[in-house]
Design a protein around this ligand. Sequence first.
Ligand code: TEU
Length: 520
Amino acid sequence: MPKTWWRGAAIYQVYLRSFADGNGDGFGDLAGLRARLSYLADLGVNAIWLNPWYPSPMADGGYDVADYRDIEPVFGTLAEAEKFIEEAHGLDIRVIIDIVPNHGSDQQVWFTEALSAGPGSAARERFWFRSGHGDGPPNDWQSIFGGPAWTRVPDGEWYLHLFAPEQPDLNWNNPEVIEEYHDVLRFWFDRGVDGIRIDSAALLIKDPDAEPDGQDPFTDRDGVHEIYRGWRRVADEYDERILIGEVWLPDQERFARYLRPDEMHTAFNFDFLGSAWSPASLRASIERTLDTHVPLGAPATWVLSNHDVARPVTRYGRADTSWANDDRRDKAPSDLALGYRRARAAALLAMALPGSVYIYQGEELGLPEVEDIPDELRQDPMWTRSGHTVPGRDGCRVPLPWSGSAPPYGYSTAEPWLPQPAGWQELTAEAQETDPGSMLALYRTGLRIRAELLGDGTMTWLELRDLGTGVLAFTRESGLTCVVNLGPGPVPLPPHQEVLLTSGPVEAGLLPADTSAWLR
Ligand code: TEU
């Protein structure tokens, strides 16, 4: 298996709208990102993944793409994007972009053409237009954001949207759709992009007319794999370009099918992200992950957060550590001090495991989920589509605090598009920069050690039975041992020559509860 950059990479996710604002309009942009590239180089990441940066009406934070071959003016220009790619490469940082193939935007030319061309037209064949049943939709499918998955157009037909009505689903049985995306991939590969994150990758094949056939009507249908075989052939026309799938599937065996050698290179490990903070659950998830990845020769990925889930500091501070921020309001309050300790321990665990690791912007600052955004400022379509019962994902998308003692904390010179909480002055990059005990320092040191001793490869569990069932420990080929104490009380560290890094204070050789250590 050739060793290539992505197999053990540390990949930093930039949610551009909230990273840094370079032109003073309250929205993050490419100018802001380019000005902060040295921060990411100092952090020690190997690649940046950017959420969609294309022209978009922003009905779903840019996942409603109006033109796949240009840049959203609020973010900058195509020329700036090209400069950014060049500058990142100059710092030895690869660039991964987000492609959204399941749906476009209702403002995309294809969709406006389909509307005016009318029923039965070739333009409508690029989407899923159907006549309804009487006055109702063609079937009872529900949108993932809530409400019906069909919307009626003035001439009486309905179109399918698994997400918001502004995101009409594309028809992947249509060869024109397949060709279009091959061309879009080449457009960006030709501009130096190193990898593609494939949005909602398991949903592309669907058949609203079919009789039930034992498969889910739109998730993980067998035909979807042929699409990625085609994408892989395009990626393989270039040197070391990769495909990363956003594949949410509870079944690891089904998940692994996307990683067969002629499909995607890697996919996000949501099984690990969804694991409870318990030794049995984490160990089982790690084992399941490696059991399905190793036989395929595909490296695992380790993900603790992204722009769709509650931030680790907040979810690990609750008895229910599940990621979902799409459940009802009025959750039990989170013990943020506990969550912070566990998030630090989890970071060292994720960074030590074999494969690549993802860091979502703000994770390295230990930001909590912002749960008290005023209702009238919420932007996520989940909030409106659920009839204001599901708060949605804005709480993990709040603009980053960079410096200073009050909002907007150096993020912008204007009012940020989502408000930042008071009290984040201790969480700014500036405040953490000089504090060796900060989350930022932990990530920096962790990533530095990781580059030398961790990443791609294998691991061996250490059975430390005398320490009870609350401890997970494993060694890597380099000799580094990672010990995570998930039990209720302190445990003695196993024999070692050197303590390389710990997520919390270790005194008299005792590793406290909810703490990780890297030993040699
Ligand atoms: O997410 C796919 C997806 O299934 C999500 O809706 C997920 O279930 C939800 O966010 C969990 O809270 C991708 C993107 O990551 C997400 O931001 C987009 O909204 C969605 O696709 C539509 O493009």
